[in-house]
Each structure stands twice: as structure tokens, then as C-alpha cells.
Write a protein that binds this ligand. Structure first.
Ligand code: 13P
Ligand code: SF4
Length: 372
């Protein structure tokens, strides 16, 4: 999706970090409780230090909806997170994304029209009423709307297991009543890793490639497989490899490996722990002093953890740095530009989701919140 962020003026681009810090601090003070700054764990430190609340995507959605006083929610994260916040916050609250180009390449891999085409394909060969669409929160609001209107739910990396169990009715005894199947969009890895955790086998899953007719699948496969995975991925997490795990273990036989579930299954299988960004932080916090820990997630979070826990040996699983280039777009000049605009009474970069789209998306998000 193309969103255009106009270039900032020289008073922002030429300013030193110290100057920007002083200006952000002044604006922040003037705005007081009317502003809530949210920071996703992948944000750079120069931005993160201004966050009133830090978290993974689920926690940040909850902070946004729980805020009583904030009129402006400045979301230091990526576009889909700001959209989700707009959907679940009150109508009098305005959600702001400091740089409009901060998207998510994975979310962009699931175009809503392509998902509608897939749905149409499935309806021709399978009982569509028994397919439940699940979208990872890393998706456009229009896709969440589609999912909400078709009886499905959103999930995040911290509740994918609960949401998939709900969709597949795993609380019911096996038998004809249970035969529901799932379309999981857009991250094939989160879908596959969660399905394996629930006891499904590779032969229960199929990969739908939106660039091919019928997703590259035959009728039999669509009919028989329980879990239809969308061919999307995160370019940051897909880089982690089995060789990296083996190399770390060779150097650190007592060490532990903790990874995000957006990593490929072969890596997840070898890891000691797998979970959301919040889970990764908790795991490192609880590890014994001196433990060597290789982390398979975005480098800004890994570096922050390495600094915060110097008594543990925290390193990236990938020796070659892997930043999320879209998260990285949020920087002190953009944050300063947003806050100084608010001081002047100008709301810049507001993210609004049309009400007709927000209705279905809210159903899908509320379903997730009630399941988890
Ligand atoms: P979390 O929900 O774990 O914060 O992950 C969001 C994300 O974009 C990971 O790439
Ligand atoms: Fe999207 Fe990957 Fe960046 Fe997360 S790390 S925001 S999934 S591109």
C-alpha cells in the first residue's frame, strides 16, 4: 500500500538530537495528559525513551483503549497498529502515526481483494460456512473487516494458539461436529508454528499462493486440509536459520535460544522458547545471571535487552543485523514534528478507519479480545 509522508522542513531535518530532545520535552510538557505516546518494542531507543507505555501489539491496543484522559494517541509503531488503535478507541480520541510510510511489508502481502478471491475459490469446492478466517493483527483494517463479517477473528503472536483453538473448536470432542477449517492470513509461519503446537501435522496444512490460480492448490487439497495458510512472511524474521541456531549452540552449549513465532518452523523447533515480543522480554528477565541467550527477533529490541541485562549475555541469533526498516522510520524529527503540531493546534498524520470498515474490523478485534 502506498502512503506518502511529505518531507519535513529543515528545522527538523537539520536539528541535532539534543535540540530535538529539548523540543520534544517542551512540547510533551505543554500537552500533558492530553497525549499518550505508545512505543512498540522494535522502536529505536531515541524514540522509545518518550513512550508512556511500551508493549507488543496486543498490549498496545489495550493501552490505547484503556486511556481515559488522552485525546491524542501518538503511536510509535507501524500503520496496522495505529489503525487497530483507531478502531478500538473512543470517537473523541485521535490516533497519530508519526511517519505515514511506516507500514508493514507482511501486512502488505495480504491484499483484501486477493483474500476475497481466495474465499471465492474455496466456496466453489468446499463448504464455505465451515471455514473460519483468521487474520494476524499485522493486516489492513479492510482485511480485518472481511474477517469480522465472515465469522472470524484477529489474533496476535501472544494469543494465536487460543484463537486457532477457538476457530477449530478444539474444546469439542473430535467427530463430525468439529470438522471446521481455518484460513490463516497473512503470516504462514505464525499459522504453521501454532498449528504444530496444537498437534496438527504438515499433511493437515496447505499453502495458498495468491499469485497462482486457486492458490496453486487442487480441489482435493482445499477440501481435505484443515489449515490453509496464506503465503506471506516477515522479511525480518524469515532470515533466521537452523545454521545460526547450531552455530550459537556450538559456542554456548548451556545457552538458550528464544525466537518470535514469525520465524520459520525449523528454527522454532530447535528453539528453547518461542513467543511474542513481550514473551521474549519476560524470558530474558527470568533467565539466570550469566546465561547466554540468542534472540531471534528485531535488532532494536535485542540491543535494548543486551544493554538492560548486562549480567546476561544477550545477542542476536543473526550475526548480521536485521532491523525492521518500517519501524525504523519513526525517528525524533517526526515525533517532534507531530508534538509541535499538536501544541500549535494542528493534528498531523491522523489515522482514521472508515466507519463501514471499522464495524466489521471491530467485531474481529473484539472477538480476539474476548477469546484471549
Ligand atoms: P508482537 O505482537 O510480538 O509485538 O509482534 C509484532 C510484530 O510486528 C512482530 O514482527
Ligand atoms: Fe511487519 Fe516484520 Fe516489521 Fe513486524 S518486523 S512490523 S511483521 S515487517
Amino acid at each position: 500500500m502506498i502512503r506518502i509522508q511529505p518531507p519535513l522542513g529543515e528545522s527538523y531535518t537539520n536539528a541535532s538530537l539534543d535540540d530535538l530532545d529539548a523540543r520534544i520535552g517542551r512540547a510533551r510538557q505543554r500537552l500533558g495528559d492530553s497525549v499518550l505516546i505508545l512505543g512498540h518494542h522494535y522502536q529505536r531507543d531515541e524514540v522509545m525513551k518518550w513512550a508512556d507505555a511500551r508493549g507488543d501489539s496486543l498490549a498496545l491496543s489495550r493501552f490505547a483503549s484503556a486511556s481515559d484522559t488522552a485525546k491524542y494517541i501518538v503511536f510509535c509503531g507501524v500503520h496496522f497498529m495505529a489503525e487497530a488503535a483507531d478502531i478500538i478507541t473512543r470517537p473523541d480520541q485521535q490516533v497519530i502515526l508519526p511517519d505515514l510510510n511506516a507500514g508493514c511489508s507482511m501486512a502488505d502481502m495480504a491484499d483484501t481483494e486477493d483474500v476475497e478471491t481466495a474465499w471465492n475459490d474455496f466456496s466453489q469446492v468446499a463448504d464455505i460456512d465451515r471455514i473460519v478466517p483468521i487474520t494476524y493483527i499485522n493486516s489492513a483494517a479492510s482485511l480485518k473487516d472481511f474477517v469480522g463479517r465472515h465469522g472470524g477473528s484477529v489474533c496476535t503472536s501472544s494469543n494465536a494458539r487460543a484463537v486457532l483453538s477457538w476457530a477449530l473448536q478444539l474444546d469439542r470432542p473430535a467427530g463430525p461436529d468439529r470438522g471446521r477449517k481455518v484460513l490463516f492470513v497473512p503470516d504462514q509461519h505464525l499459522g504453521r508454528n501454532t498449528a504444530y503446537q496444537l498437534g496438527y501435522a504438515a499433511t493437515d496444512m496447505a499453502l495458498y499462493d495468491p499469485r497462482m490460480d486457486y492458490g496453486g492448490l487442487d480441489e482435493q487439497t482445499i477440501k481435505e486440509r484443515s489449515i490453509l495458510l496464506w503465503k506471506g512472511h516477515c522479511s525480518v524474521h524469515q532470515r533466521f536459520t537452523v545454521d545460526q541456531v547450531n552455530a550459537f549452540r556450538q559456542r554456548n552449549p548451556e545457552g538458550i535460544v528464544v525466537v518470535h513465532p514469525e520465524c520459520p518452523h525449523e528454527v522454532v523447533e530447535l528453539a528453547d522458547a518461542v513467543g511474542s515480543t513481550d514473551f521474549i522480554i519476560k524470558t530474558i528477565n527470568e533467565a539466570a545471571e550469566g546465561t547466554a541467550i540468542a534472540v531471534g527477533t528485531e535488532i532494536h529490541l535485542v540491543n535494548r535487552l543486551a544493554n538492560e541485562y548486562p549480567e546476561k549475555k544477550v545477542e542476536s541469533l543473526d550475526p548480521l543485523v536485521c532491523p525492521c526498516s518500517t519501524m525504523f522510520r519513526i525517528d525524533p524529527p517526526h515525533l517532534c514534528w507531530i508534538l509541535e503540531g499538536l501544541v500549535d493546534g494542528e493534528v498531523r498524520n491522523q489515522i482514521t478507519v472508515d466507519e463501514d470498515v471499522a464495524d466489521g474490523a471491530r467485531i474481529a478485534l473484539d472477538r480476539m479480545l474476548s477469546i484471549s
